[in-house]
Design a protein around this ligand. Structure first.
Ligand code: ING
Length: 311
């Protein structure tokens, strides 16, 4: 019997600073209903799906940003989503800003199974951007100011008939992210991203180049670890001149894009992901036990042998 998971990538249009959690959850619920009507087993939502991407704001007092964080999950605003999912036997992954009871701040993604049980949590490890206000920027990217690096590693979970993993946004650019999950046998990596279309410092990036880098990273991660990758954007203008790229997509273990969003709005794309399609590459080209030579990899945790800068 093939292990097919019908996955819905629920790309989200912009969340405005003035949008309430309830208004946003209503959109998420509508997309879950669309996914249900298409027979989806699993809905993947994006990074910070419940709020605008607030790290573009600077606050001297970091506590001013706590209003964007969730203190518990599910909570009153999100319970309708959990209830509908459990009633309709749909699993989902949801990204949000997490404030723990002991006061820690994380950029978090959870995995909820078809019975509505939270079976997995991931906290974003690779936080891009900066800590202090950088006035020269057209917009700030203060994830390092408002979030702590994730402290859960890159776990995988056996659910939905396969081995599932999660990461968040900038994580997708780092090969280590996929490989750590790949070494655990991951078959489907779910990730959300909120990626500004322009570099805040006016760097050479163009929207086209940003799209290329995003796709390249996810396609490589999929192929080199023989896994499905589902990348889900929050897209569009969350504020005047602050545009997030779209490009949500579903990528097969050969690194091929098999479904992609056409808009920069709320958009559900669906694909039947056959988890058994991972097996061929996992047992041949990327048979890690047969081909990897870890004894030659040296201290990969340090920049060993880095060439010193010119005098
Ligand atoms: N956003 C961006 C991302 O990694 C970024 C930040 C964009 C870093 C482009 C480097 C280049 O997609 C988040 N939220 O991580």
């Amino acid at each position: 019997m093939t292990r097919i998971v019908r996955v819905a990538a629920a790309q989200q249009g912009p969340n405005l600073e003035t949008d309430s959690r309830e208004v946003i959850v209503t959109r998420l619920l509508d997309m879950m209903k669309q996914a249900k009507s298409k027979g989806a087993d699993l809905v993947v939502y994006t990074e910070t799906a419940l709020t605008t991407f607030f790290p573009r704001f600077y606050a001297e007092d970091r506590a001013e940003m706590d209003l964007w964080f969730e203190r518990e999950m599910p909570n009153d605003a999100t319970r309708p989503l959990f209830d509908y999912a459990a009633d309709n036997k749909i699993g989902f992954s949801l990204g949000f800003a997490e404030l723990t009871p002991d006061g820690h701040h994380f950029n978090t993604q959870i995995l909820v199974d078809k019975d509505g049980k939270t079976v997995g949590k991931y906290r974003k490890v690779h936080l891009p951007g900066h800590v202090e206000l950088e006035p020269e920027r057209r917009f700030q990217h203060l994830e390092k100011r408002y979030f702590e690096p994730g402290n859960l590693g890159f776990p995988v979970w056996r659910t939905m008939g396969g081995v599932m993993g999660m990461c968040i946004c900038n994580d997708r650019r780092w090969p280590e992210t996929y490989r750590v999950m790949g070494l655990q046998g991951v078959e489907l990596v779910m990730l959300g991203y909120n990626t500004p279309s322009w570099n805040g410092l006016g760097g050479p990036d163009t929207p086209e180049l940003r799209h290329h880098h995003s796709r390249l990273s996810m396609q490589a991660g999929a192929y080199q670890n023989a896994t499905w990758v589902v990348g889900v954007a929050k897209a569009g203008e969350e504020a005047p001149g602050y545009h997030l790229m779209g490009g949500s997509c579903i990528i097969n273990p050969d690194g091929q894009v098999v479904a992609e969003a056409q808009t920069e709005d709320d958009e559900v794309i669906v694909h039947d992901c056959d988890l058994d399609a991972c097996a061929f590459l996992k047992n041949s080209t990327f048979n890690f036990d047969a081909h990897r030579r870890t004894e030659h990899y040296g201290l990969i945790t340090e920049r060993t042998g880095a060439v010193p800068p010119p005098e």
